[in-house]
Design a protein around this ligand. Structure first.
Ligand code: SF4
Length: 281
C-alpha cells in the first residue's frame, strides 16, 4: 500500500439521542439532556439515498448507527431489509453499529448484506466503570468476539480523553490487540456542557503518539481510522495524523457533532497528494 493511500468512511446516525444508558461521554444518552437533534429511526429511503451520497463522496465505508445499547429484533429486521436495498443500488462496505448483539443477530446482518460491525470497547476494562454503570465492559468485548464468529469484519476502537491514565490507554490497546479488528476506530472526547466530563485530558502530541502506538501494536489491522473529535483535537494541523500511522478518516458529520464540509475536505486531501482509495481492499 502506498503511504499516501487513504480510506474515507461515512456514518449515518439513523436514530439519534434515544439511549437509556449512562455513558458519561455520550450526548445520545437521554438522561444527560444534551442539546442535540433527537429522532427515531430514519426511513429506508432516506438511508439508501444517503448511501448513494456517501459513495459519490468517495467513501468506501457506510456505517448505520443507532442509539441503543443493545440491538433489538425490531431494529434487526429494519437493518436487514435496509441493507438489502442499499446493496441493490450501491457497492459499498456496509457497516452496522447497533450496540451489543448476539451471534444469531450478527449472522442475520451478515446474511442480509452487512460486511462489517462496529462496536467499540471505548476504554480500558478497569476504567470503564468510571464512565458507565449501566452495562459492563465485558459485554462490549464479548460482542466484538461474536462479530468475528459471525463472519463479519470487526471495526473496534475507543475514545480518548475521558480522564483515563496512560496505563488505561495502553491496556485498552492491549485488549484491541487481542480482538485484532480489521479496522480500528479512534475517537477523541469532544466536551459538551451537558456532560459531566468537563475537558479532554489528552494533548495533541499525546494523541499523535497514541496513533503511532496503535499502528505499531495492531500489526494486522488494515485501517487505523480517526473518527469523532478529529477537528476538535487536531484543529488546522489535522492531516498530520496520516504521518503518524492513521490511514482512514470519517468524512462529513459525526453522530451529534458537525464535521468538515465534504467537498472542501476532499479538495484539501487531494491538494496534499493523498490518494483516496475507491475500494475497501
Ligand atoms: S450505549 Fe452507546 S449510545 Fe448509549 S449512551 Fe452509551 S455510548 Fe451512547
Amino acid at each position: 500500500m502506498n503511504e499516501k493511500d487513504i480510506y474515507l468512511c461515512a456514518i449515518n446516525n439513523i436514530q439519534s439521542g434515544t439511549c437509556s444508558e449512562d455513558c458519561a461521554f455520550c450526548t445520545q444518552a437521554v438522561r444527560h439532556k444534551a442539546s442535540i437533534s433527537r429522532y427515531d429511526t430514519k426511513t429506508t429511503e432516506q438511508i439508501v439515498a444517503q448511501a448513494l451520497t456517501a459513495k459519490a463522496n468517495k467513501a468506501v465505508g457506510y456505517c448505520l448507527v443507532s442509539s441503543k445499547a443493545t440491538l433489538d429484533d425490531t431494529m434487526l429486521e429494519f437493518l436487514c431489509q435496509t441493507a438489502t436495498q442499499i446493496k441493490s443500488v450501491v457497492d459499498i462496505n456496509l457497516i452496522a453499529c447497533n450496540g451489543m448483539a448476539n451471534l444469531s443477530q450478527l449472522k442475520q446482518l451478515k446474511k442480509h448484506g452487512f460486511d462489517s460491525y462496529n462496536h467499540n470497547i471505548e476504554t480500558a476494562q478497569n476504567f470503564y466503570p468510571k464512565v458507565c454503570t449501566t452495562h459492563s465492559w465485558s459485554e462490549r468485548y464479548d460482542t466484538c468476539q461474536r462479530v468475528k464468529l459471525a463472519g463479519l469484519k470487526l471495526c473496534s476502537g475507543g475514545i480518548f480523553g475521558l480522564g483515563e491514565s496512560h496505563k488505561d490507554r495502553v491496556d485498552m490497546v492491549s485488549s484491541l490487540k487481542e480482538l485484532c479488528p480489521d479496522s480500528c476506530a479512534i475517537n477523541f472526547y469532544h466536551p459538551n456542557e451537558a456532560l459531566s466530563i468537563k475537558s479532554n485530558n489528552m494533548s495533541k502530541d499525546e494523541a499523535y503518539d497514541m496513533i503511532r502506538y496503535i499502528k505499531n501494536e495492531l500489526t494486522d489491522t488494515k485501517k487505523i481510522m480517526i473518527a469523532g473529535g478529529r477537528e476538535y483535537m487536531f484543529g488546522d494541523s489535522q492531516y498530520e495524523l496520516f504521518d503518524h500511522g492513521a490511514n482512514s478518516i470519517v468524512i462529513g458529520d459525526y453522530l451529534t457533532t458537525s464535521g468538515e464540509e465534504v467537498s472542501k475536505e476532499i479538495r484539501s486531501l487531494e491538494s496534499l497528494g493523498y490518494n483516496i482509495k475507491r475500494s475497501c481492499d
